[in-house]
Ligand binder design. Structure first.
Ligand code: PRX
Length: 570
């Protein structure tokens, strides 16, 4: 679809002219805003919370509005400072030290945010896990990170294979503490802990966060981020989210994913805005209701959500007053031009696409208030970063040529390592370029256009799933001999997971069996990783070296030419 650009409007900050700012901007100018400029040390939790809590004009501003179907709570910056201090004291009491990995496996709640910030204040590395993970997914991450402490709830505890995790020394329980074990009681300890805490001042390059994410091979990998990322979170919060201090901002992402930390925690609080956290499951009524009830001004969500709102129709929208909303953004999957058109009609606002990854730690290619939107384009590189389309040798390609979307390495929020896997980390780079794994092209005016993934990674409703993980789980099922997993295009979810399997002798195809296999993956990994479609085959195509040819499975599924099959096993 060829659509007219949607013209720019004025943003709140000094980015009136993208080109001029892009040419002049230096990251050092951002650094000087933080304690680093005086002491050479920082702590991202201090900069996000205590800096405001220590400001008499700011301390009583609501920092967090927590809203769930059965609970609503507001915390000021001062409340959050004290609660995170208390949790940091609990951690110190149990001997958590700088660099230790402390994981969180729980739903969004005020307790989660206090604990997360408390972990950072001790200099430990936080590892938030999505609450829908099942045992295998939890085990893989705790094992690889060698986490020594876990913060979780009684409901999720039986998905933590405690006996198989020798490094996991201590478990903090938020809720009723089971009697048969040696657990730390969150509420009891918090009650006893002091509200004063001596923050661990760290270097910009010290670790703060591990987010596990999927590739096309192997188990999920720990993407390691450092405190320096705050520069990017802060500045993209200004220029892309367009935040100003009296905003009420809502990011719908769960903190188990990078959007839920970079833009659900850091960017809003570094910019001193009121941050809405909505728990529970979402529905169109709920999305609109939350925007309406809290007078949200800036909203960061995902194409999946917008597509659901589009299909819910105008009647649902008309029940709510959305007039507070000023700025809307999207991330995670391609933003269909149709959705942008819907936004201009239904919300009377432009939807600003942003492109980035767990590995980039912050937004990289964006649409800014003060820039025309070309529907379907991800926008232009953030000032202080450089993006290009490169060939497989790292040579830059001219406009309108498709290739690897790459970024010049060295931006503040770039991952600094893949946990315990230097080889994997190195494999992302071609010379000075970080290669994203996405294919794209750049038009003659410098707008970037997403084309697809170059590897087999699946993006289902904005969630990144590695085919290898799903295949490994499938073949653990007693009926499954071999499995190959692909992403199949789907109008609402972007892609759905489709599995091709062969059965072991003695098993017959039946609806019950397929459902049992689906449930097996769901219970082992998580609901979003369970295949929505399973097809039984006589064989799974493999290369002579035994690699599953997912590309061929995909071509078959989509009825496309099969391309080069010379490496196919007999
Ligand atoms: O393929 C791109 C897609 O999501 C991938 C990154 O996934 P993840 O690390 O889970 O991070 C998601 C949110 C930061 C990318 O390699 N992706 C992300 N944003 C967009 C996108 N695809 C198209 N358009 C986007 N705006």
């Amino acid at each position: 679809m060829d659509m007219q650009p949607i013209p720019a409007r004025e943003g709140n900050h000094n980015m009136k002219d993208y080109k001029e700012v892009y040419e002049q901007f230096q990251w050092d100018s951002v650094k000087s805003q933080f304690s680093w400029s005086e002491t050479g040390k920082v702590n991202i939790a201090y900069e996000a919370i205590d800096r405001h809590a220590d400001n008499p004009d700011k301390k009583d501003q609501t920092a967090l509005i927590y809203s769930a179907p059965n609970r609503e709570e507001k915390l000021t910056f001062e409340d959050l400072k004290f609660k995170s201090n208390q949790f940091a004291n609990v951690l110190k009491k149990y001997n958590v030290n700088k660099g230790d990995r402390v994981f969180l496996f729980m739903h969004r709640s005020p307790e989660f945010y206090a604990a997360f910030l408390g972990i950072l204040k001790t200099g430990a590395i936080a590892g938030p896990l999505f609450e829908a993970f099942m045992e295998q997914a939890v085990r893989d991450r705790l094992e690889d990170s060698e986490a020594s402490m876990l913060v979780t709830t009684p409901e999720l505890l039986d998905r933590v294979p405690v006996d198989e995790l020798p490094n996991l020394k201590q478990i903090v329980i938020v809720g009723d503490v089971p009697e048969n074990g040696d657990y730390i009681d969150y509420y009891k300890e918090m009650d006893q802990a002091s509200k004063d805490f001596d923050i661990e001042w760290v270097d910009l390059e010290d670790g703060m966060l591990l987010h596990y994410t999927s590739g096309s091979t192997g188990k999920p990998k720990g993407v390691y981020h450092v405190h320096n990322a705050m520069l990017q979170h802060y500045q993209t919060g200004k220029w892309v989210l367009d935040l100003k201090e009296d905003d009420t901002y809502w990011c719908t992402a769960d903190p188990g994913w990078v959007t839920g930390t970079s833009y659900g925690i850091f960017a809003p609080w570094l910019n001193g805005v009121t941050n809405v956290i909505r728990g529970g499951r979402f529905s169109p009524d709920d999305w609109y209701g939350t925007l309406d009830k809290y007078n949200v001004t800036v909203w960061y969500s995902a194409p999946t959500a917008f597509r659901k709102l589009v299909s819910a129709g105008e009647e649902v929208a008309s029940k709510h007053d959305l007039s507070s909303l000023r700025h809307v953004l999207s991330v995670g999957e391609p933003l269909n031009p149709e959705v942008i058109t819907w936004g201009t009609k239904a919300l009377n606002l432009r939807i600003h696409d942003t492109w980035w990854m767990t590995e980039t730690g912050g937004m990289m290619i964006c649409n800014y208030p003060a820039m025309d939107i070309r529907p379907g384009s991800m926008g232009k590189p953030f000032p202080g970063t450089e993006a290009a389309i490169v060939d497989n040798d790292g040579n830059e390609l001219p406009p309108n040529r498709m290739g690897n979307l790459a970024l010049k390495k060295g931006w503040p929020s770039m991952m600094r390592a893949v946990w315990k896997n230097p080889g994997k980390y190195e494999s992302y780079f071609l010379g000075d370029w970080y290669v994203s794994g996405d294919s794209a092209y750049m038009d003659e005016d410098g707008y970037f256009w997403f084309q697809g993934r170059l590897d087999d990674v699946i993006n289902t409703s904005g969630e990144r799933v590695g085919p290898f993980e799903v295949e490994s789980k499938l073949i653990e099922h007693e009926a499954v001999a071999e499995a190959g997993v692909i992403g199949k295009p789907d109008p609402e979810r972007g892609e759905i997971i489709k599995a091709f399997i062969t059965l072991n002798d003695g098993y017959e195809e039946s609806d019950e069996l397929l459902e049992d296999i689906r449930q097996f993956v769901k219970k082992g990994l998580s609901a979003h990783a369970a295949p929505r479609e399973i097809e039984i085959k006589d064989t799974i195509p493999k290369t002579r070296s035994g690699k599953i040819m997912r590309r061929l499975l995909k071509s078959w599924e989509l009825g496309l030419p099969t391309g080069d099959t010379s490496t196919l096993e007999e």
